[in-house]
Design a protein around this ligand. Structure first.
Ligand SMILES: [Zn+2]
Ligand SMILES: [Zn+2]
Length: 350
């Protein structure tokens, strides 16, 4: 391990996926930042995301072929690079910052983007070597423990960016479909911008958690058709649905259908959840309603400081939604996430 700031090389370990479906292997690794554009970061913590499960169990291929260390929700201490000595969040997606996509406000579509745990070795490790450009310093004096900021690397920032892309402002009505993970943070991010928020899910425990710990208004859609749900939502928020922002975060066909059914005049549908499944929609509703649908993936780097500040100040609550485990338990934790056993987002801590 590097003793002090300014070290460009470190001896450590990485939990690598050698073959999909098999447990990760702990391998000895020599980490080296080759150029000043890269930083050597000691991993403090790394969250486990469903994307990791996709790579390990569901046939989704990593862009770099195995062996590769998974994990893209990284918080660490910079050992070498422009921010040496600082604690940082490593954004889950690091765009190039130069290309047409990056300059047009769509860095999520940058062809040269780098995602730890997909393009390069990720955070289930002692260290990572990552591009320096967009590392995000953790605010000093915030109310969170450092490891808890792992929630900002992907889930919290993805939610924040979606709320931004859906042009949510004070007084807007926002309905969030899917109240776990990204959806829960999206509800909180919308509320932080002064919106009136209702979170919808079929999982009562998830709704109770979001209501109890973050004070978000919730509604159970269990057993409801999209039309039943629209009636129930209107009973809570009014009938006109004018200008409503509907944020689909469930990534399920049922959720997507429900979200489209809730869209009203001059409304905006944000598609944040992913499913490979198709749904049948009458797209001309967008014409008749002068509504629009926007996709949002990841988070532009320039939005991260606002996300971290909102978490540090408590405007977006994190602590009740994350749980820490030792890094050495990574394989057991991946199994538990795969089995759907955990209510809170697991964060592996070194
Ligand atoms: Zn993730
Ligand atoms: Zn780019």
């Amino acid at each position: 391990m590097a003793e002090r700031s300014g070290e460009r090389v470190a001896e450590g370990f990485a939990w690598r996926m050698v073959e999909p479906g098999k447990p990760l292997e702990r391998q000895a690794v020599r980490f080296a930042a080759e150029t000043p554009a890269e930083s050597l970061v000691e991993v403090i913590a790394c969250g486990i995301c469903h994307t990791d499960i996709g790579f390990l169990h569901d046939g989704v291929r990593t862009r770099k072929a195995p062996p590769i260390a998974l994990g893209h929700e990284i918080v660490g201490r910079v050992l070498d690079g422009p921010l040496a000595g600082r604690e940082v969040v490593v954004p889950a997606v690091l765009p190039c910052g130069e290309c047409r996509a990056c300059r047009s406000g769509h860095p999520g579509t940058c062809a040269r983007q780098v995602m730890p745990g997909n393009d390069i070795d990720g955070g289930f490790a002692s260290h990572v070597v990552v591009p320096s450009r967009y590392l995000q310093p953790i605010p000093e004096g915030g109310g969170l423990e450092t490891w808890q900021y792992a929630a900002a690397a992907d889930a919290g920032s993805t939610a924040w960016a979606a709320v931004e892309r859906c042009e949510v402002g004070a007084g807007d009505v926002v309905v969030v479909i899917g109240a776990g993970g990204v959806g829960g943070f999206a509800a909180q991010a919308a509320r932080a911008r002064g919106a009136e928020v209702l979170a919808v899910d079929v999982d009562q425990e998830r709704l109770d958690s979001l209501s109890r710990h973050a004070g978000i208004a919730v509604l159970s859609a269990r057993g409801m058709s999209p039309r039943d749900l629209r009636t129930a939502v209107s009973a809570r928020l009014g009938k006109d649905r004018w200008g409503w922002r509907i944020l689909e975060c469930s990534g399920t066909p049922a959720g997507q259908e429900a979200a489209f059914t809730l869209l009203g005049p001059a409304g905006i549908l944000g598609v944040i959840g992913f499913t490979p499944a198709k749904v049948k929609l009458r797209l001309s509703n967008l014409m008749a309603l002068e509504a629009k649908a926007v996709g949002s993936w990841g988070c532009p780097p320039e939005l991260y400081p606002a996300v971290l500040d909102a978490m540090a100040s408590g405007a977006v609550k994190v602590a009740p939604f994350v749980e820490r485990f030792p890094m050495d338990e990574v394989n057991a934790l991946l199994d538990r996430v795969h089995a759907g056993e955990l209510r809170r987002r697991p964060v592996l801590v070194n």
